[in-house]
Design a protein around this ligand. Structure first.
Ligand SMILES: Cc1ncc(COP(=O)(O)O)c(C=O)c1O
Length: 421
């Protein structure tokens, strides 16, 4: 007999859930959803779909938590990997040598660009970026970190300091040693790089900044400037990695080898949180004086390692990547048509593979589009650091028919936005 589901979803009902959420999780968020007309509490989820807790409203997930659900919700292969893992494993002990972490790190060493034989695992992307910054400083013995204005790397200590001021300003003095430059501007980068620069930290495609696709040759220029100044290049692939761009890693589009690569979100398979900071061999010497200088109790929890291995196996499959590129071409063609029918509000599609941002005519329109998308049955969230762009990040596992349906719904949402104006 199949196991009886425990009925975790819906046990409280929607009204009661909102009351509990407002009283015990976040009154501000509860008010925001109400004011924005987003009367949705996440209930059942399967493949590309999310259902409201009361079961009536269904959304196509075109946000995917920034790539957490690259492989869809509750992907059966991923669930099976976790179920198998639960037969034998638990979190493990972070002080001890680990068969599971070793096997996953070896896989990452095989798949990351260039030579990155070492990986340290974490739980969140912010934590993994923090470690990348610690490694760069520990290795170079220099303090300065240069990142992109409008970039986003998380809300932990060092990653927070690498982001925009609005996120750290309410919380007292930020960690020192950070400078920001406009993304895509090599001349500006050259000006701030000096002999005190430990690393340049960029998302391969800044997502919170509105899916900013860098100009051709940009990352090659960044690599060259880093080499000239003796600074390391850290790429944040937390959103752009794991097949989203049509290649396993976004940086592979640029034929550039970073010194440190950070991945997260999708590595979880949407099921078990895990992130990874992967790096070149010489950087590992940072840990030689004290290999326990950086620890994370839950980072690389053993039970989650087989899940991440399964994600890597699926995402690096050439057939999977061909599918992603086929979908990307369909969206590109679809948006050419949409541009012709909505010339007043639709500027175009910012796109690298299935990493897509709908560029609208001005900053009022992103929030309006998010609301219209919700009414039209899909979740698309505007970019927090550039509200003229709505992120369009459906699962990479959708078929052509659903891609066509998403394009139709985008068309409807654009009509709704036009009516709001
Ligand atoms: C590019 C990028 N880096 C890092 C992070 C931080 O990840 P986490 O929220 O898991 O700390 C995010 C989260 O959205 C992100 O988009």
């Amino acid at each position: 007999m199949p196991p009886v589901p425990p009925n975790l979803i819906g046990a409280h009902g929607k009204g009661e859930t909102m009351r509990l959420f407002a009283n015990h999780v976040s009154s501000g968020k509860a008010r925001f959803y109400q004011d924005a007309g987003i009367d949705f509490v996440l209930g059942r989820r399967e493949g590309p779909y999310l259902w409201d807790l009361d079961g009536e409203k269904r959304l196509i997930d075109c946000h995917c938590n920034g790539g957490v659900f690259n492989l869809g919700h509750r992907n059966p292969e991923i669930i099976r990997a976790l179920q198998d893992s639960l037969q034998e494993l638990d979190i493990g002990n972070h002080h001890l040598a680990s068969e599971q972490r070793a096997a996953l790190a070896e896989k990452l060493a095989q798949l990351t660009p260039g030579q990155m034989p070492y990986t340290v695992f974490g739980v969140s992307g912010g934590e993994a970026i923090d470690l990348a910054i610690k490694l760069a400083r520990g290795f170079t013995h220099r303090p300065k970190i240069v990142s992109a204005r409008g970039g986003y790397h998380g809300h932990t200590g060092l990653s927070l300091a690498a982001g925009d001021e609005k996120y750290y300003a309410p919380f007292g003095p930020p960690a020192p040693g950070f400078e920001r430059v406009p993304f895509g501007d090599l001349a500006a980068l050259e000006q701030v790089l000096d002999d005190s620069t430990a690393a340049v930290l960029f998302e391969t495609i800044p997502a919170t900044d509105g899916i900013t696709v860098p100009p051709a040759g940009f990352f090659q220029g960044v690599r060259r400037l880093c080499d000239q100044r003796g600074a390391l290049l850290i790429v944040d692939e937390v959103q752009a990695g794991l097949g989203r761009t049509g290649r396993l890693w976004g940086i592979a589009q640029h034929d550039v080898e970073p010194d440190i690569l950070v991945t997260g979100k999708g590595l979880s398979g949407g099921i078990y949180p895990i992130t990874a900071t992967c790096f070149r061999q010489p950087i590992e010497t940072v840990f030689h004086p004290d290999p326990f200088i950086h620890i994370s109790t839950f980072g690389g929890a053993e039970v989650g390692c087989p899940v991440a291995l399964k994600v890597l196996e699926i995402s690096s499959n050439p057939d999977f990547l061909t599918h992603v590129n086929m979908l990307a071409a369909q969206f590109q063609a679809g948006f050419e048509q949409l541009k012709a029918s909505h010339p007043q509000i639709l500027v175009g599609l910012r796109q690298c593979g299935m990493m897509m941002g709908i560029e609208l005519a001005d900053a009022r329109l992103g929030p309006l589009f998010t609301r219209a998308a919700y009414e039209c049955g899909f979740l698309s969230i505007y970019a927090n650091n550039n509200p003229s762009v709505a992120q369009l990040l459906p699962p990479l596992t959708i078929d052509r028919a659903l891609a066509a349906e998403i394009l139709q719904r985008v068309d409807q949402a654009l009509h709704v936005v036009e009516r709001f104006l």
